[in-house]
Structure formats: C-alpha cells, structure tokens
Write a protein that binds this ligand. Structure first.
Ligand SMILES: Nc1ncnc2c1ncn2[C@@H]1O[C@H](COP(=O)(O)OP(=O)(O)OP(=O)(O)O)[C@@H](O)[C@H]1O
Ligand SMILES: [Zn+2]
Length: 705
C-alpha cells in the first residue's frame, strides 16, 4: 500500500514550498521518522513531519517521488520537538525544513545503517548510573532553600534574580536533581552563554551527576562528537543536556526542566540564519513540553525583569520572581559586595591610564597576595594609528572602520573583515616617519601595567605576575581554559582583559576589580547600551570578594569622565532594581521593548543606495499587498515603518549594509507583516532592478540596533 508523506527537507529559506514536500512510501512511517529522500539530483535527509496524508490529486501523485530509505533504529522525533521547530521557523521567518535540518547533526546524513547501529549502541551504553553524588552536599543557604521551595511548588517560569556569588549554580543542581528523582526518565536542559567561559559550571554538573549522564552540545564539537551528544539526548541516555544556544533545538524527548544561566547574555541570540533567541525559545519549549523553566541572572535582561514584575507594580507578571539577595557566607550587616569607587578622570592629567589611587590600591592587593582584575573592552594595542602631519588614519579599505594596531605581531587588523597587514614604517599618505597611536587596548594596558607595577613585590618578594585574557590571547584550543585555570590557581596577580573576564567566573582570590575606561557606552545610539554597560560592570564587580573571608574589604573601581552619571550611582548602590525601573520608564516613554516589539529588515549590496532601494521597494509593496489580503490589511496600521538607514558600521568587506526598523505594540500584527515581507523580499531580489543585492535578512527581536 502507498503512503503519502509530508516531509521536511532543507530547501532554501522562503522557497515557495516552505520546506515541506510530498513523497510516497511503501512502508508506513510514523511522524518524526528520519528518512533519506531524493531532491533534484541530490539525496537529502528529511523528517516525516506529520501523520500520513490523504492520497493527493493526480498531477501531484504522479510527480511525488519515493522515499529512498528510513534511518533504522533512530527513534522518531517527538511532537513537542516538531512544534518547537515549527514555532522557530514561523516566528523567525525561515523555512521549516531549513530550521529542522540545521537542528540535526550533519552526520545523520552520511552514516550507513551498520555505522548508525554502532553509534546508537554506544549512546545507549552511556546511560549508566545517574544517581547523583550527594556524599558531600553542603548545607543550603536560606536564600537557596527559599528559592528551591518556590521552584518546587509553583509552575514557573521563574526568574532567579540572585546577586553575584549568591550560589545560583547550587540551585540549578538541586532543581535538576529533584526533577530527575521525580521521574526515572526525566531530562534536564542547561543553557550557558559560552561553553569555554564556563568550565566551572560544567565541572560542577559532572561532579554531581557523573560524566556519563551529561551530553554537551555546542558549536565547537567535531561532527562525530555532535552526533554522539545528539543521540544521547535524543534516545534519553543523557539525563542532562548542557550546552550553548544551539542546544535549545536539540531533541530532548523527556524534558522536565530548562535552566538558562546568565539569561541576560547577548550570545543567546543567533546572528545568522534563523536569528533565534535561545532564551526565548527555552520558554516556548518549556510550554510545549510542560517543563519548568528557570532563567537565572544577577543582572536580568530588562525584558525578563519586566515579565517578572507583578502587574500591580506595572510589570507583565508572567514569570515568578525569586530573589537571592545575599552572597554565600554574607549577612544582612555585611552583604559582602564590593565597595564601588568612582575616579573622576577629568581631574587626572590628560592621558592618565590608571589614576594614582587606583594604582596604589592594586599594589596593596598584590602585597597581600590577593588578585586584581582590570577590565578594558577593547583588544589590541591601540584602536587607531594616525599621522599627525597629514591626518591619515588606519582606515580599513574594505570597511567603514579603523584597523586596530596589534603590537605583538606588528599588524594593523580589521576586526570586521579580518584584513591584516604589516604596520607601515611611515605614513602611507605623506611619508612622515612619526606616526602614532590613538587610544588604548588590552595589549597596551597589559604592557603598561607591567611597567607600572614592576617595583611592587608580592608577599614573598617576587615580582607581580600580569596576564591577559581576550579573544587574541586565547585563540588556540585550550588556551582560555588554561589561562582561567592559572587565575584560579593563584599564578596570576593582575588579570587584564575584555568582557571575557567579567562573566560568571568564581574567582576566589580577586578582591579588586577596575573598569579602566567604560565611558564610550554611555553615549551609544543603541537604546540597549546602558543596560549592557550596567550588566557588564555589575558582573565585573561580582568577581570581587567572592570569598567571605576577604570579601568584606573588596573594591570595584570605575574610571570615568562622568562620575555623577546615574548609571554609576546605581552601580555604587548595587541597585539593579532601581536601575531597571529607571530604564524601563525611559523605554516606556520612547516606546521601546519590552513595551513594543521590533524587527529589522536588513539588506546588503555593493552600494548603499541599492541596499536602501530594496528596503524602500519592500515597504511600498507590503502596503500594496494589503489591498489583496484582509489579515495583512488589518495588521499594517499597527506597524510603524522607519526609513531605511545605513548600519552603524556601514560597510564590511566591501559590502554596504542598510536596515529598516519595524515597530509595533502588537506582536501578532508585526508577525503578520513580517510573514508578508519574506516572500516579497525574495521576489524583489530576483528582479533586474535589485540585481545588486548580495543578501537580505529578517531579524526578529534584534539585539543590536
Ligand atoms: N550552600 C552553600 N554553602 C557554601 N558555599 C556555597 C553554597 N552554595 C554555593 N556556594 C559557593 O558559593 C560560590 C558562589 O556560587 P555560584 O558560583 O553559584 O554563584 P552565582 O550565584 O552563580 O554567581 P554569579 O552570578 O556571580 O556567577 C561558589 O564558590 C559556590 O561553590
Ligand atoms: Zn575591514
């Protein structure tokens, strides 16, 4: 008997068919089955999307090709996973088949039946003993006990607002333990922003539940590792799936709990293809699978904070707020958070790198055998090289950005397109030999701090040890892990770095943190810049004084030209709620998220005019399309269209970039309009007028404006 199946295949985004094609099969195949199917000349992996279809009409029935084979032994993908993929494709305006197939490990395509059987057997073996190692469990703090009681009794979703060092990890571990104990099949998904930056969290889960119980999913895996981890999650062998944003789309059939650690982190947003937010999908997923969801942060995103604020207090009241206000080992009398000191750089001699009182404070820490972190969010030696005679600057020929001077290898490097060239000896424009740098990056900070601290001895009389962690210093495999391990081991006295050093680390001996030059973000045009800066500084401060014994005396220094800025005042008071309330008031007045919903339409072309022309044509066509479509016509008046403008970095690698902002207070209306935009963009691009377009994209809930 012939069965007719709708199968998801990876057709290009927004193709007419939307990613589901009809195939025939002589074998009955349940929804979710993985199959190999022909498409054109190729053989592709596909997913049977629904139960069998009724026989189609003649022409289609004759055209439909036959399924080549089913992937034996791999259990079908469950309905909750398929609903999640459908949601992702629809909400982020991509083709279903593309999203579905990109969430599957590529090796599924290439393995023979025997190879697959072997992999499955191996995955099954992993599910050894998952009873947690509870031999040396610590007594919980009162905050932790309270948090767990709420998680136990309420449905969620939860926003775990726990100050830095309040012990959120232990709450995740115990909540996971409880979920696994409740049901012998249950699985837990733990999302982290970046796997390499959080080796400690992974280590704590492995220590508690055993390596065999955990599957790790992130973008740094080899194809074989990715398949093994995916199979472990899909077959249920892995009770805990821990990973970065990609893990949110894994098949986890018995999902009972989702944890999103550092939920405010921007790396949860995918920046290409389906531009999904793993944090937002975690909530959708929790709903589909009836799993509890915990979002955790000391500095929640304002979206999450608003959602967790009760309606009576002006919030949306959608999440339950759990507060952990105390650091582990601290008391009400001494909350253990560092004292914040602002240095008015306007009163320092021009060009001062580190103000004398800060330098003295760092020296004191070194002399006591404690550690200091110096934060500067700019890598390289200097952001610009310039000629004082003719005004030449180290512009990138292909991007609207300056190339950064890296002294280690004496290169000028573009951080946008990657172009690297040897530093010229003389000004390329006028031949002047006296070319100089402007501004400072971490490389220079490291060198100058080493010089400034050369005479400062450690307790045993040996010289202070300075190290640096940024994207340059940690390029090789394992280098970040070993650099972090050195800091933990106490082999470093002063650590210089970018935001990488401010994230989640549980450094036990750091008692001083300094932001060297955080001012640039105060005046950014992106409405999220203050939120990001505040979170960065509060997280950075949170690395200081995590050991209660030395914590009482810890310090966070901020060097600024604007010491009176309210953002720094809120930081000084460790007042996230106050800062959030002030920001949310501004956003409400300006009509920004979470009080409205945004989407960006982006176009890239050889010329800025061509990129903007596509967006302009789209706006006109979308309005015109409303005349033919009642639901679109109803949605259009709820959506504001802003004019097409160049991106902040307008040109990258010779390609001009433009964007158009869409804003609406009404999410379904925005979704309806976006759904109309995707096929229109596709069609417009194919016309001769828009031949110059290189690519276009739709970014729903964009992070960067
Ligand atoms: N109940 C407890 N008793 C003793 N120590 C604890 C307890 N809970 C957690 N700790 C320790 O407190 C420290 C801080 O915990 P953790 O790293 O989970 O903080 P956090 O809330 O995630 O902070 P951050 O947001 O800064 O990452 C860790 O060293 C952890 O081992
Ligand atoms: Zn460039």
């Amino acid at each position: 008997m012939t069965h007719w199946l709708a199968i998801a295949v990876p057709t290009p985004a927004h193709s007419r068919v939307g990613g589901l094609l009809t195939y025939r099969s002589e074998q009955a195949l349940p929804a979710g089955s993985l199959v190999r199917v022909p498409l054109g000349q190729r053989e592709l992996l596909g997913v049977v999307w629904d139960d069998a279809l009724p026989p189609p009409d003649e022409p289609l029935a004759n055209q439909a090709r036959a399924v080549i084979a089913a992937l034996d032994g791999v259990p079908p993908l469950g309905a909750p996973w398929r609903r999640l993929i459908e949601f992702t494709a629809r909400y982020y305006q991509r083709a279903l088949g593309e999203v579905a197939l990109s969430a599957l490990p590529p090796q599924l395509r290439s393995l023979t039946a025997t190879q697959m059987a072997r992999r499955l057997k191996r995955a099954g073996r992993a599910s050894a003993d998952t009873s947690p190692n509870t031999t040396e469990l610590r007594a919980l703090t009162a905050d932790q006990t309270g948090a767990l009681a709420q998680i136990d009794h309420k449905p969620g979703p939860f926003l775990l607002f726990g100050t830095t060092g309040s012990g959120k990890t232990e709450v995740y571990l115990r909540a996971a333990q409880a979920a696994l104990a409740r049901d012998a099949q249950a699985q837990v998904l733990v999302l982290v922003p970046e796997i390499n930056l959080t080796p400690q969290l992974l280590a704590r889960f492995a220590e508690r539940f055993g390596d065999a119980a955990i599957a790790c999913l992130h973008s740094g895996l080899t194809p074989a590792q990715r398949l093994a981890a995916w199979l472990a999650a899909h077959t249920g062998a892995a009770r805990i799936v821990l990973g970065t944003r990609v893990a949110v789309l894994a098949s986890i059939p018995q999902l009972a709990l989702v944890v999103v650690d550092e939920e405010h982190d921007a790396s949860y947003k995918q920046q290409e293809g389906a531009r999904y937010s793993a944090r937002d999908l975690a909530l959708v997923r929790g709903r589909h699978s009836a799993a509890k969801v915990i979002l955790g942060s000391a500095t929640p995103s304002l979206e999450s904070w608003h959602a967790a604020t009760p309606v009576a207090a002006g919030g949306a009241g959608r999440y339950q707020l759990i507060t952990m206000a105390h650091r582990v080992g601290a008391s009400d009398a001494s909350p253990g958070l560092p004292r914040v000191l602002r240095v008015d750089m306007g009163r320092q001699p021009k060009g001062t790198l580190i103000a004398p009182p800060l330098l003295a404070a760092i020296g004191e820490r070194i002399a006591r055998g404690e550690q200091a972190l110096l934060l500067l969010n700019r890598r390289g030696w200097a952001p610009v090289l310039h000629c004082a005679d003719c005004g030449w600057k180290s512009e990138c020929p292909h991007c609207s950005a300056y190339r950064v001077f890296h002294k280690v290898d004496r290169t000028l490097r573009c951080h946008h397109c990657g172009l690297a060239e040897r530093v010229p000896r003389a000004c390329p424009a006028c031949g002047n030999l006296d070319i100089g740098t402007q501004g400072r990056g971490t490389e220079q900070l490291e060198a100058q701090v080493s010089a400034l601290l050369a005479g400062v001895p450690r307790p045993d009389g040996t010289p202070a040890r300075i190290a640096r962690i940024d994207a340059d210093s940690t390029r090789g495999k394992g280098r970040l892990e070993s650099a972090l391990a050195q800091v933990h081991a106490g082999d470093v006295d002063v650590l210089v770095g970018t935001q990488m050093i401010a994230k989640g680390h549980d450094f036990r001996r750091v008692t001083l943190v300094a932001a060297i030059n955080p001012d640039a973000a105060l005046f950014s045009s992106d409405f999220r810049a203050p939120e990001r800066l505040f979170a960065l500084l509060m997280q950075a401060a949170g690395r200081a004084g995590r050991d209660a014994a030395s914590g009482a005396d810890s310090q966070m220094w901020v060097q600024t030209q604007h010491p009176q800025h309210p953002l720094f005042a809120a930081l000084k008071a460790h007042d996230y709620p106050g800062f959030a309330a002030q920001q949310l008031t501004e956003r409400q007045q300006a009509g920004f998220p979470p009080f409205s919903h945004l989407a960006l339409l982006r176009a890239e072309a050889r010329s800025q005019e061509a990129a903007q022309a596509l967006l302009g044509a789209l706006a006109a066509q979308a309005q015109a399309a409303g005349a033919q479509d009642a639901t679109l016509a109803a949605a259009l008046p709820h959506v504001a269209w802003y004019p097409a403008v160049p991106l902040a970095v307008q040109r990258v690698a010779g390609i001009e970039r433009a964007q158009m902002l869409l804003e609406s207070a009404h999410r379904p209306a925005l979704q309806r309009v976006l759904a109309a935009c995707a096929p229109l963009l596709q069609a417009l691009r194919a016309t001769p007028e828009h031949r110059g377009i290189v690519r276009w994209a739709i970014d729903v809930d964009p992070q960067d404006l």
